[in-house]
Design a protein around this ligand. Sequence first.
Ligand code: PMP
Length: 412
Amino acid sequence: MDGTRSDTAIDWARVRADFPILDRQVHGKPLVYLDSANTGQKPDCVIAAVDDFYRRHNANVSRAVHALGSEATAAYEGARGKLARFFNVAADELVLCSGTTFAINLVAYSWALPRLQPGDTILLTRMEHHANIVPWQLIAQRTGATIRVVELLPDGSLDLDALFTLMTPEVRLLGLAHVSNVLGTVNPVAAICKEAAKRGITTVIDGSQAAPHMPVDIAALGCDFYAATGHKISGPTGTGVLWARREHLAAMPPFLGGGEMIKEVRFDGTVFNDAPHKFEAGTPNIAGFVGLGAAVDYLSAIGMANIAAREQDLLAHATEELSNIDGLRVFGTAPDKAAVISFAIDGTHSHDLATLLDLEGVAVRSGQHCAHPLLQSLGVGTTCRASLAFYNNHAEIEAFIVALRKVHGLLG
Ligand code: PMP
């Protein structure tokens, strides 16, 4: 049945075949991997790029004059160039780091800590991941700034009227998810950043869940900082990016000190390297970034717009099927929504559902999804989350629904 619902010319079955892990069996059943919001699976070309780097080019970057050192440096900087093109930004504004968590902490400690003071406000939203909450709490404790929270509408979209009302003169910074990892809500980031800029509010966008699902043109968003994670866009774990406006990077002190981030070190003073290297102390995850470079080449060859359309097709199918299950509630029904479905079934615990689904080969996440404040407001302790990617197919959605009906029956 796969292919019948897709309106693009892409052969999605062939795309799926690029992901070797999807052929696995789990507990004797074919794997149905619906946890891509947690981490994405990797295509052969990414695995091969990492393997080839270690087999043929492995050396440290920037420090060696020998051939392998030059090759490793070219591969690492080449990956930065690929990522810059993928996100439509300049390569010298792109800091390579371990992921969104590191990226947001970098902004918190290098941009916010020296600037915020008592009386200043940090604006966050109810749907933020802990990675876009806890660093700001730490900075608020250190600076005396306060945190204010924008609430959501019943469908899980951001209350934009409340957001704009809360953008008062004390607000210095807005931390905002581009896409919610629990609700799937896609926030109108460009419109929000425009309003923030008018009021002199610095915007930090958590793009962790947007980059896997849609074309992200950071330049068009008008934000100040944008963070994304490599392992959710088919790349290796321990990779990610922080994009920041050149003037911010120039004005920010380094976050971590060490090798690579300096031009000259003397005991009476150190001259730092230029951005982005100023923020890349120590040996980076070179092979990881080589893999991530291969990943964005792969995604670009398919086309992020095609990926978005494919996932919308899968999302519509799954949402329709779930709506026919008695007692099942979906959290997050905003009109602009990525392929992330959080749900709960009355009278069952999400951990029991997820555990029994696993025995059927179906991998979903259960819990609070690193978003305790959001879960507190939903009125459920935990949810199950099925998150889809372009390499899933309609047959897997059918298998998921059959398994869900079975385990619901067992628990009911
Ligand atoms: N923000 C969001 C919205 C996320 O979904 C995640 C990953 N679950 C993160 C931040 C953190 O990403 P990482 O663990 O790769 O740093």
